[in-house]
Design a protein around this ligand. Structure first.
Ligand code: NAD
Length: 292
């Protein structure tokens, strides 16, 4: 069924996701801080709004896809935000990657107003968003998940309810741990192979077909071979996520020894000025450590 959806945050991920909801037949009204992304949604068949209040005024469903906790707090909980402007019964789906605590806080603020919430962070990157093949990990009530499922199916191919509010964010934190460690060791292999004088594309092709093969290797090898680091997924955002996973793991007594080291390497990449590059630019840190 066609739904009235407000989409807040039309960035690298939100823009293609909103366009895919239009393609699926929904009425999508978008708001973003930069006007060109709103214009692009209108060109794709959606509608533009000039504020959050304007975007959500007729919405049955609100989706938010903003960078981090402070933006979620502002956009959903803020004075002129989503909760202050939506009708009772609205379903608010936050797809940003943030701390589980903030997702729980959003649910607690919404519930007394009769507003339903889900945390539904995603994995699969810009390509996954464009191709609508994201993995979407959802926290919240089962009944609200059931209502959201057909909408989320227009954005991804693996859409799974993982538990109550915040659980989606906990799973996303684990995802970011796994991805960062994989990118770091892929970068280490690349520098090793180049120093050893092996043909790099051939080496990565054969590695991709064996047990070392992975989605990270397949998706990120071209960035590394070509030193093409336009984002994609910015190191600044991965730094945010490594903070989330190290805090969350400490809170439950789980040791992340390798993750802790990689969190430091992500922080170092940022300190070296690579924060706005794609996370495949962790390669530059390995080059620095190798005296290149
Ligand atoms: P981005 O910076 O490209 O987009 C964020 C958008 O939010 C921007 O367009 C900005 O204008 C908008 N925004 C911020 N504050 C706003 C406000 N107050 N009102 C309206 N709009 C506002 O970031 P992105 O790469 O699209 O990432 C978004 C989220 O998705 C992050 O939490 C990120 O960690 C997560 N994520 C990103 C990727 C990826 O590959 N890029 C993959 C999975 C998850």
């Amino acid at each position: 069924a066609s739904r009235k959806i407000a989409f807040i945050g039309l960035g690298i991920m939100g823009s293609p996701m909103a366009a895919n909801l239009v393609k699926a037949g929904h009425t999508v009204t978008g708001f973003n801080l930069q006007q060109p992304a709103i214009d692009a949604l209108v060109a794709a068949g959606g509608k533009g709004a000039n504020s959050i209040a304007d975007a959500v005024k007729d919405a049955e469903i609100v989706i938010t896809m903003v960078p981090a906790d402070p933006q979620v707090e502002q956009v959903i909980l803020g004075e002129d935000g989503v909760l202050a402007n939506v009708a009772e019964g609205t379903l608010v789906i936050d797809m940003s990657s943030i701390t589980p605590q903030t997702s729980i806080k959003v649910e607690a603020a919404a519930k007394p107003k009769g507003i339903r919430t889900l945390d539904a962070p995603v994995s699969g990157g810009e390509a996954g968003a464009i191709e609508a093949v994201l993995s979407i990990m959802v926290g919240g009530d089962a009944a609200d998940f059931a209502e959201a499922k057909p909408i989320l199916d227009a954005l991804g191919t693996t859409v799974i309810h993982v538990g109550p509010a915040g659980a989606g964010q906990t799973v996303k934190a684990a995802n970011q741990l796994i991805v960062a460690v994989n990118i770091q060791v892929l970068a280490e292999a690349v520098v090793f192979l180049e120093n050893a004088g092996v043909d790099l594309p051939a080496a990565l092709d054969v590695l991709g077909g064996g047990l070392a093969g992975s989605t990270v290797l397949n998706r990120k090898k071209a960035n590394m071979i070509d030193r093409q680091f336009a984002p994609g997924f910015r190191i600044d955002l991965h730094h945010k996520d490594m903070g989330i996973v190290t805090d969350a793991a400490r809170a439950v007594g789980a040791a992340l020894p390798v993750g802790a080291v990689v969190a430091q390497l992500v922080a170092s990449a940022r300190a070296n000025g690579d924060g706005s590059l794609d996370h495949s630019a962790l390669l530059r840190g390995v080059e620095r450590l190798s005296g290149r």
